[in-house]
Design a protein around this ligand. Structure first.
Ligand code: CP3
Length: 333
């Protein structure tokens, strides 16, 4: 069993495995080198040789306990034939949404379109660098994907005023997304993903009354599906107010917390294994402060099954030496 599985399955508290969201990315010069020559981000994700190489880059440098596959949650709208582009210093831009076309799409065509993602997982999982480490696959939660597909760009803290206008469209899309997300999870698992993380980056945008319909019900369906494949599932409902209620209803195997969560409070409220929490901005300060903050999390979760991670993705301006130092702090603890 890998260290992360020991924590998730055997609820071990005497080890502190670590991996980092966006551990393969722009803070690494070797990633920027490849990115410079590959202008089209989606095409890069669909190049299985390069995407597997990028996935392994952080493992060559740091003693991390997992590889997270280099891909993107927006490969799903792309697979559903919605145009997806990434504009520099702006983020994703999505094209028109054609519900008729999406409704007609079959599973085989969808899988054909994003097949290199599965090939990359296989390559990563078969590489010696991932021995005794977990290979993590992921999906965006239905709600967060809905946000991008309808909003067509990052909502930057606010949804378009008429976001909920077309009730029919939203409810049809939720059903379609659930179907294809299950296909995507299943294919990742069949090709070597040993854990699935569900990213709900925009969970914090909903008011309380809308959470059951858009978050609890569709996410619970994916969690149950993943568990039925005998694969543990980590949920990251960033910005949600009530993590305790979320865990009781959605029942993930691990809950990943964001940096606005009070770790002491969550430690008291939640019984299942916990992941993450530390603010990625701490990596932009100095080694002494990094040590203090990382130890704060390690101390609080000393007697609780805990996987070290950040409270959101590592920032592009992070110095790789700080990352190296963080891994060392956690491993030496
Ligand atoms: O964590 C990893 O290392 C695995 C790869 C991964 C990426 N995106 C690569 C990526 C994962 C797990 C994601 C998830 C993802 N993608 C989320 C959920 C997590 C989160 O950050 O909240 C979301 C919302 C997206 C959508 C997305 N992709 C946005 C908004 C952007 C642009 C914003 C940004 O950070 O530049 C991306 C692009 C993206 N996805 C990059 C990477 C490494 C940067 C690409 C580049 O320009 O080089």
């Amino acid at each position: 069993m890998t260290p992360i599985e020991e924590v998730i399955i055997n609820k071990k508290t005497n080890i502190n495995p670590i991996w980092i969201m966006r551990q393969a990315g722009r803070y690494l010069p070797e990633f920027r080198e490849i990115r410079k020559k590959n202008n089209n981000f989606i095409k890069l994700c669909l190049n299985h040789n390069l995407s597997s190489e990028i996935t392994l880059q952080p493992l060559k440098r740091f003693d991390l306990d997992a590889a997270i596959i280099f891909s993107d949650i927006l490969m799903i709208p792309y697979g559903l034939n919605q145009k997806v582009e990434f504009k520099k210093n702006f983020g994703p831009i999505l094209g028109e949404l054609n519900l008729n076309e999406i409704s007609k799409l079959d599973e085989i065509d969808f899988v054909k379109k994003i097949y290199p993602v599965y090939k990359a997982i296989k390559l990563v999982n078969n590489n010696n660098l991932t021995n005794n480490k977990s290979t993590i696959g992921f999906v965006g939660a239905p709600w967060t994907l809905l946000v991008y597909m309808i909003n067509k760009q990052s909502p930057k803290f606010k949804l378009k005023d008429n976001f909920f206008k077309d009730d029919f469209l939203i409810n049809r899309l939720l059903i379609i997304l659930e179907k294809f997300l299950k296909v995507h999870i299943k294919n990742q698992v069949e090709n070597g993903a040993e854990i699935i993380q569900i990213f709900d980056s925009w969970a914090g945008l909903l008011t309380y009354k809308d959470i059951p319909n858009y978050i609890y019900i569709p996410t619970l369906n994916l969690v149950e599906f993943t568990k039925s494949l005998n694969v543990p599932v980590i949920c990251f409902p960033r910005g949600i107010k009530d993590y305790k209620e979320y865990c009781e209803i959605v029942k993930p195997d691990v809950i990943c917390i964001d940096y606005d969560v009070d770790p002491k409070q969550i430690r008291k409220e939640i019984k299942i294994p916990i992941q993450g929490g530390m603010d990625p901005k701490i990596l932009l300060t100095d080694k002494e402060n990094l040590e203090k903050e990382a130890r704060k999390y390690l101390d609080i979760f000393k007697d609780h099954p805990y996987i070290f991670n950040l409270g959101h993705g590592v920032l592009p301006e992070t110095d790789p030496n700080m990352m190296e130092h963080l891994v060392k702090i956690v491993k030496d603890y």
